[in-house]
Write a protein that binds this ligand. Structure first.
Ligand code: ADP
Ligand code: ZN
Ligand code: ZN
Length: 756
């Protein structure tokens, strides 16, 4: 073996993570000089500490100028080493530069502009204050008098009041401080964003004191006991808790977290941002008080850095947050929970396009921790892993609140509505049920599942959807009436009549929440309607404003996109209408059915959360589709079996793995030629290694141009993930050493969760 060299990063918190220095690895250190290892190195005339973030056999400068590593430090519990190893895992498995990966996992030091709250108080006692006031009046000290009078009446004065309204100078205050009559207090706010969040919402009349655990029911207890037994035996696994909405999963998490914290270890609780509601946070705060903190997207980089310091210093035991909370530098991590593990938001949309689920499992492995995945509609990936015995599966079949029932679900065939002459977006059955709710003062949610919507074309008479013959994926309508498959690039002219029934009612599917709101107002002019979509929630607070207004009963009907599916509990909602299940069913990627099943099940979970029985109406042109049928019957296992058969037949994940190479350039010709070169090079690699990898494309992405960038893609399907990553490494090298990729941005995405 030739000489080996290590790239060492010296200042981990500087943000310049790509600034590395190369050292040679002495023979005797080869086995311990691994990715992430803390090392001591000669640096100028001194010695410094650093971390290995790259290893190669190639010197970057003249060999005689490269100095050897002095020593590799004992690893022990160095959290930075673990995080660098995790970055390397991300780099290897999801495709990204090491620099991008490091930026993802390491908190970068930020100057925090703490908001300081300065106040004036007194603990000298009322007698002393009154005495001092009397003296000030006698001696004619007007400023003193003003200050003391106000302090006696208010008890505590904001610094702004002292200097502003009362216009008292600093020497006056200082004199009083010296006499021991008053004190200046400086409080840093944002110490714990959770407490400030909860205080912001004060006045909702909820008790915030710590509460003892409500007793778990038998099914919850069983899960708790099994996991607790593993924990105390030092056995670390991945568990999947499959529990219907409201079955008490969160209560199980809380009780397991309590065990972990009691054992002196720390917990990362991931939840989708949209589910980070006041109610959820309050439940954690009540159980664990100040030992819980939170991360969310509205926090500044400084506030986030602050939280990672608190975590590292052991000031908190539990962090709640979206994907990025996974990188909280806990040194005694014992448990990672991913609630709603099926959520697409756990996959990063920016390079590195990592999936939090797999990274969580790796982080847990590195630190000897356990993982709990929870969902009412587990991802196929997780459920399939559980079926293979890789994860331990637990099931909760009933709602936890005694007497609470799952809602009744009916499916309306929109083809029959058309045949009966009803061209409105509301079926007759749905209108009837809405009318009843208006009369009885109960609430309705109308839901338009536009997620991933990509302009499919279908027949209104028979429901036939135009699909790609090669990929079995809905084709997308482009301006000029051509249908395009954005997996393989297949193009067809849009037919004038339905190929299945001959009807001329064939069209793209275009409707928005605004149109629905107008429609409701036309039929029920007296109804109070709220709308929630990307337009009405542009402002930061509008999302929670709309939801709390609806929760207070200020509207009868809430119209919205998938945003309304999660989070709040509305006990008075007894009807959920899903207006066009077809929108997500034909979203033009292989996960359309899975996403539809999830959305329908989650939306149905909104109905009847209180004492009243809930009803759900699903409108669709494809009432016989298995995703819709099994969602209506709340039959997850049935859906899983059918969907796996489809994935197996067409070799889609989790049966095989997909790697998308996305090629972006301002010049169309450049994007095209780069895509061709990548497909060609990949073809050679596949042939040389005797693989059966399927290559699809190059083809324009469904979003063929965005932000002035032309978007092309090449798609690979392969059963062996490690061959896909090998192909990625090969392509990275090829791209790096070829001059044809200047001004072309290339991104990798493994098992994508959304279309391109
Ligand atoms: P999930 O996380 O599965 O949606 P939650 O843990 O939020 O379920 O529980 C749903 C509701 O049931 C909550 O209001 C919760 O307080 C209540 N609940 C949970 N477990 C129990 C229990 N053992 N007894 C009574 N109520 C419970
Ligand atoms: Zn196709
Ligand atoms: Zn037809």
């Amino acid at each position: 073996m030739g000489d080996m060299y290590a790239d060492v990063i010296v200042d981990i918190s500087s943000g310049q993570l790509d600034k590395t220095y190369q050292y040679s690895i002495p023979e005797q250190l080869l086995s311990v000089a691994v990715m992430g290892a803390p090392v001591i190195i000669p640096f100028g005339t001194a010695k410094r500490e650093g971390y290995i973030v790259g290893i190669s056999g190639e010197p970057k400068i003249a060999v005689e100028r490269i100095k050897p590593i002095t020593a590799v430090k004992e690893k022990g519990q160095v959290i930075e080493s673990q995080m660098i190893a995790l970055a390397y895992f991300i780099r290897e498995n999801f495709g990204a530069t090491m620099n991008d990966a490091l930026h993802t996992v390491l908190p970068v030091k930020q100057a925090v502009r703490r908001v300081e709250k300065k106040t004036l108080v007194s603990d000298a006692g009322m007698d002393v204050l009154k005495d001092a006031l009397e003296k000030a009046v006698r001696r004619g000290y007007a400023a003193r008098e003003r200050l003391l009078r106000r302090l006696i009446s208010d008890g505590e004065l904001l610094w702004e009041t002292v200097t502003g309204e009362l216009s008292i100078s600093s020497p006056t205050v200082q004199a009083l401080v010296r006499e021991g009559i008053v004190k200046v207090l400086v409080k840093e706010s944002y110490r714990n964003p959770l407490t400030s969040l909860l205080k912001l919402n004060e006045g909702e009349g909820e008790e915030k004191s710590l509460k003892p655990l409500p007793p778990l029911n038998a099914s919850q207890q069983k899960i708790h006991d099994r996991i607790a037994a593993d924990l105390s035996a030092g056995v670390h696994k991945t568990y999947l808790v499959h529990g219907v909405t409201g079955s008490g999963k969160t209560e199980v998490y809380l009780s397991v977290i309590e065990e972990v914290v009691r054992a002196g270890r720390q917990v990362i609780m991931l939840i989708p941002e949209i589910a980070l509601t006041y109610q959820t946070l309050l439940r954690f705060y009540r159980r664990f008080g100040d030992r819980v903190s939170v991360l969310h997207s509205r926090m500044s980089a400084g506030e986030r850095y602050d939280q990672s310091l608190r975590a590292k210093n052991g000031e908190i035991d539990i962090i709640i947050g979206p994907r990025s909370a996974l990188f909280t530098p806990f040194e005694r991590l014992g448990l990672i929970i991913l609630d709603e593990e099926h959520e697409a938001s756990y996959k990063s949309e920016m390079p590195p396009k990592y999936h939090a689920r797999e990274v969580a499992i790796e982080r847990a492995r590195l630190s000897g921790a356990s993982v709990i995945l929870g969902s009412a509609t587990p991802s196929l990936w997780a459920y399939e892993s559980a079926m293979r015995g890789e994860f331990t599966l637990f099931t909760l079949k009933e709602r936890a609140v005694p007497g609470a029932l799952m809602p009744t679900v009916s499916v309306v065939d929109l083809r029959e509505e058309l045949a009966a002459g009803n061209r409105m977006i509301f079926s007759r059955a749905l209108q009837e049920k809405m009318r009843k709710r208006l009369l009885s003062g109960q609430q309705t949610m109308l839901f338009l599942n536009r997620r991933g919507y990509a302009g499919f074309v279908s027949c209104r008479s028979c429901g036939h959807v135009m699909k790609c013959p090669h990929c079995d994926i809905s084709m997308t309508e482009h301006d000029n009436g051509t249908l395009v498959c954005h997996y393989c690039g297949e193009r067809r002219k849009k037919p004038a009549t339905c190929p299945s029934c001959g009807s001329k009612y064939i069209a793209g599917f275009g409707t928005g929440t605004q149109k629905i709101e107008e429609g409701v107002k036309k039929i029920f002019p007296e109804a109070r309607v709220l709308r929630m979509d990307a337009d009405t929630t542009k402002k930061k607070e509008s999302y929670s404003e709309i939801l709390s207004s609806f929760s207070r009963g200020e509207a009868d009907i809430l119209v919205g996109t998938q945003m309304i599916v999660k989070g709040h509990d509305f006990p008075n909602v007894t009807l959920v209408g899903i207006l066009a299940a077809d929108l997500s069913l034909n979203s033009g990627d292989y996960q359309a059915a899975e996403r539809t099943f999830d959305l329908l099940a989650q939306a149905a979970g909104r109905a009847g959360r209180g004492r009243l029985l809930g009803e759900v109406v699903i409108q669709t042109y494809q009432p016989d589709h298995y995703a819709i049928k099994s969602a209506a019957e709340a039959d997850y296992e049935g859906f899983f079996r059918q969907e796996m058969a489809y994935r197996r037949a067409l070799s889609y994940p989790p049966v095989s793995h997909v790697m998308v190479v996305l090629i972006l350039s301002v010049k169309e010709a450049r994007a095209d030629s780069a895509a061709q070169l990548i497909a060609g090079a990949a073809g050679e690699f596949i042939k040389e290694n005797g693989l059966c990898t399927t290559v699809v494309g190059p083809a324009p992405a469904s979003l063929a141009k965005a932000n002035d960038l032309y978007r092309r893609m090449v798609y690979f399907k392969e059963t062996d993930y490690s061959w896909l990553t090998a192909l990625k490494n090969f392509l990275e090298g090829y791209i790096l050493y070829s001059e044809h990729f200047k001004n072309v941005n290339i991104q990798f995405d493994f098992d994508p969760v959304s279309g391109y």
